[in-house]
Write a protein that binds this ligand. Structure first.
Ligand code: HEC
Ligand code: HEC
Length: 489
């Protein structure tokens, strides 16, 4: 009898153990499936280079991703925190007709659908020849409409709001999606609280964008080196402030480090590969999840951006003026813009443009950032470990689409740049995408520019339109033919 009972007990114990193991295994499987299972993005994204640049993941969804449904409902719930009506479009993101995501926003399933960003959020642009016309999008061009600062603030401000709670967010999600019970539980008890916590954690690193003594960056501008300083190397906040124009990143092969060329506006970085790696790490917000896969994205970007051609001027050009325009260019501009000086640093004393951007970065920061990347086991030439004091002499390819001009975007059009400083516009609007074919730049005044754009005041910090007075003494006729030539670059 006793033997019998023991045997029975053993049997029950074994059954329970097996059951438990099955439950644990099942739990682990569900856990893996719901949180870590990676689904490749669809073919239409991965097999077309331009689509890949616009919507393809570079791995940022792991640490910087936001759960898709939270991302989806935020602009509806917190429209009061956006600069205007229209959801994310109010931030000036580029949104192609019929696409689920704006350009530069990726959707990828890692357990659950997540949204993150790619280079194209800042490095893709749009223009229109007239109002009421759909925009033409140009990848690798500088996003001149994006209010990046408002975007950063939006996410943090949503998380800070008491309305950011599971009840409210689930209520909004229920209106647009029919989630399974398990997904509802996951959102309510895990994803919503974690997302809130993660966004709030960013607040301290973002504290400089809340400072009252700093002006708004405005559309199309980014205080990029400060972002790197506060996020990548987690420096304490200092008093520097230097938002710049988003640059174009087509045709990167023109940079020849062996000829003394440097990249980034003050020549802060040695070569394209270094900038691409550092920018991608910025988007990941952490060490890559899979280093080999990450370096695969870097190789692809280096090749894609290296060879991407600058866009041709899409409007009529008066051919008869171009040849004489080239002569004026050769005499007034080529010494710097088509010579061994192009792509090299020019001291601030000589160029005389706004100095604030230079102060946002320094030798120490470069040493630390290089160390962070080396510690991840990633090799690159990296950031220049020197004190820098000037701006790189710009290559002028695709110049027409790079307005407003100068590193801080302080001069609306090419015709304005050819005026002496005291005749350049002092107040104008940035971020309206209708093109001004006469001035060569974007329309920067008038009611529509005021409605769509953000105001720019050259007397504000970091925003001076001083310096670069080359060509300002040319005759009206010389300027006219020069502008015609510049359209062909
Ligand atoms: C949040 C906006 C933003 C994102 C996202 C971004 N960049 Fe940039 N990028 C900038 C800004 C602003 C600069 C200019 C920084 C400076 O020098 O002050 C820049 C500079 C560059 C340059 C140097 C251009 C030159 O001519 O010197 C390259 C190359 C570049 N980015 C590539 C990339 C790549 C590749 C990615 C994605 C992996 C990326 N960027 C993501 C804003 C962005
Ligand atoms: C002595 C050297 C020098 C000469 C001469 C010169 N430039 Fe420049 N140029 C620069 C430097 C340096 C910059 C970058 C300055 C900055 O962004 O602060 C620049 C920037 C520019 C930009 C802004 C590019 C952009 O993407 O915003 C334009 C446009 C430009 N130059 C046009 C011209 C034209 C046209 C001439 C001839 C009339 C000319 N430059 C003559 C050195 C020069």
């Amino acid at each position: 009898m006793a033997i019998h009972t023991t045997k029975r007990w053993k049997k029950i114990k074994t059954t329970v153990m097996v059951l438990l193991l099955v439950i644990i295994a099942f739990g682990a499987l569900v856990g893996w499936y719901k949180f870590f299972r990676e689904e490749p993005q669809p073919d239409w994204i991965t097999s077309d280079p331009d689509m890949r640049f616009k919507y393809g993941s570079i791995g940022a969804e792991h640490d910087a991703g936001i759960p898709y449904w939270i991302w989806y409902v935020l602009p509806r719930m917190f429209s009061d925190k956006l600069p205007g009506p229209g959801g994310y479009a109010a931030l000036g993101v580029n949104w192609e007709q019929g696409q689920e995501m704006p350009i530069g926003f990726t959707k990828k399933v890692i357990g659950f659908p997540r949204v993150a960003n790619t280079c194209a959020a800042c490095h893709a642009t749009s223009y229109r020849s007239k109002p009421n016309e759909p925009p033409t999008f140009v990848v690798t061009g500088p996003n001149h409409t994006l209010d990046l600062e408002a975007f950063f603030r939006f996410l943090v401000d949503c998380a800070k709001d008491h309305r950011f709670n599971p009840d409210n967010i689930m209520g909004e999600i229920r209106l647009v999606a029919d989630l399974s019970w398990i997904d509802r539980l996951i959102y309510r008890f895990i994803l919503i609280p974690i997302t809130k916590k993660r966004l709030l954690e960013r607040e301290e690193q973002f504290s400089w964008i809340y400072r009252d003594d700093f002006p708004e960056w405005g559309r199309g501008r980014d205080d990029a080196m400060n972002l790197t300083k506060y996020f990548m190397i987690e420096s304490p906040m200092d008093d520097t402030y230097g938002p710049t124009d988003m640059p174009s990143i087509w045709n990167l092969k023109k940079y020849k480090p062996e000829q003394g060329h440097f990249m980034n506006l003050a020549g802060d970085s040695h070569n394209a590969r270094s900038v691409i790696i550092d920018s991608a790490l910025g988007l990941l917000g952490a060490a890559p999840h899979d280093k080999e896969e990450f370096l695969g994205h870097i190789d692809w970007l280096e090749d894609y951006l290296g060879n991407y051609p600058p866009p041709k001027y899409p409007f009529p050009i008066q051919d008869d003026k171009v040849t004489s325009g080239l002569k004026v260019f050769n005499q007034a501009c080529a010494d710097c813009h088509d010579s061994e000086r192009t792509g090299t640093r020019m001291p601030i004393g000589e160029i005389g443009t706004d100095p604030d951007r230079i102060a946002t970065w320094n030798k120490n920061a470069a040493i630390k950032a290089n160390q962070v990347v080396t510690d991840m086991g990633i090799e690159r030439k990296g950031l220049v470990e020197e004190t820098l004091n000037g701006y790189v002499v710009s290559f002028l390819d695709g110049l027409w689409l790079r307005a407003p001009y100068l590193h801080n975007g302080s001069v609306p059009s090419l015709r304005d740049l050819l005026k002496p400083v005291d005749q350049r516009p002092t107040k104008f609007y940035r971020g309206y995408d209708v093109y001004d074919q006469h001035g060569v730049g974007f329309v920067s005044s008038g009611p529509e520019a005021a409605r769509k754009g953000s105001p720019y005041d050259v007397t504000e910090r970091g925003s001076s339109n001083k310096g670069h007075e080359f060509g300002t003494m040319l005759s009206a006729e010389e300027k006219d033919v020069l502008v015609e030539y510049l359209k062909t670059l």
